[in-house]
Design a binder for this molecule. Structure first.
Ligand code: NDP
Length: 241
């Protein structure tokens, strides 16, 4: 089954979100891209359209609940439905706890947890009225095991898994999928402010997956028949421990 769906994607200006937008559009879906860097979104959406795909974009700060609601309402108004949302925007300014980067802790909690909650809140009424929908969120392998210096980030991703599992248990006609990537090539961690931590994270890139691996997992979950709910996917390179 591969009928065209209307799909919102947050964090679509780079990395996993960008790759997923391109992959879903190439498969015939209509994608609505959201992020803060609209210059990037405009370029990606234009490239998708040149390739024959359907893409729109909107400026979006996932921390702002009204912004996320406007993002969903834009798509609903324009296309008459919202079939799926991929809550993918995230940040990873990791650091040792005793560095007390408390503003960065706040940013992780705000974007990675509240951003996902805002996405859920924006689409649930629309999907419940439709009697169908699909909510996908990006967690991480860091939602399955904690590493030093990643405590706050991992906590945010454990929270995403918990929220999604709670949602899944409540939903009947709405599908719920948590995507947990391992290390993937992207801009994630560009905002790490502790030099040693940044160097260690940069080293991890040597075992990074291509973003298309994650995009293909999202496409797989979305293109399943309506009665098939893919709840969790972990995608990592064979070289990972
Ligand atoms: P990138 O840094 O390349 O992409 C992050 C995206 O999130 C960007 O599009 C960015 O757009 C967006 N974003 C950040 N803050 C906000 C905000 N406040 N409002 C709206 N959009 C925001 O990294 P990835 O592609 O790797 O990250 C995507 C997701 O994958 C994240 O949730 C990340 O935690 C998760 N992940 C990544 C892994 C990896 O190794 N790369 C592994 C496991 C999980 P903009 O700045 O334009 O707003």
């Amino acid at each position: 089954m591969n009928s065209s769906k209307v799909i919102l994607i947050t964090g679509a200006s780079s990395g996993i979100g960008e790759a997923t937008a391109r992959t879903l559009a190439a498969a015939g879906h209509t994608v609505i891209l959201g992020a803060r860097r609209t210059d990037r979104l405009e370029k990606i959406a234009a490239e998708i359209r040149v390739g024959g795909g359907a893409a729109e974009f909107r400026a979006l700060d996932v921390v702002n609940r009204a912004d996320v609601a406007a993002f969903a309402n834009f798509a609903h108004k324009k296309f008459g439905r919202v079939d799926a949302i991929f809550n993918n925007a995230g940040v990873m300014p990791v650091s040792p706890m005793n560095a007390l980067r408390v503003d960065e802790w706040d940013a992780i909690v705000d974007v990675n947890i509240k951003g996902v909650l805002n996405g859920i809140a924006a689409v649930l009424p629309i999907m419940e009225a439709q009697g169908s929908g699909h909510i996908l969120s990006t967690a991480s392998t860091g939602a399955h095991a904690v590493g030093g210096q990643f405590g706050v980030y991992c906590a945010s991703k454990y929270a995403v898994r918990a929220i999604m599992e709670g949602l899944r248990q409540e939903m009947q006609q709405i599908r719920v999928t948590t995507i947990s990537p391992g290390v993937t090539t992207s801009e994630l961690g560009h905002d790490i402010s502790v030099d040693d931590t940044k160097a260690a994270v940069d080293q991890l890139r040597s075992i990074a997956l291509d973003t298309n691996a994650i995009a293909n997992a999202v496409l797989y979950a979305i293109d399943q028949p309506a009665d098939v709910d893919v709840n969790e996917m972990i995608i990592r390179t064979v070289r990972s421990a």
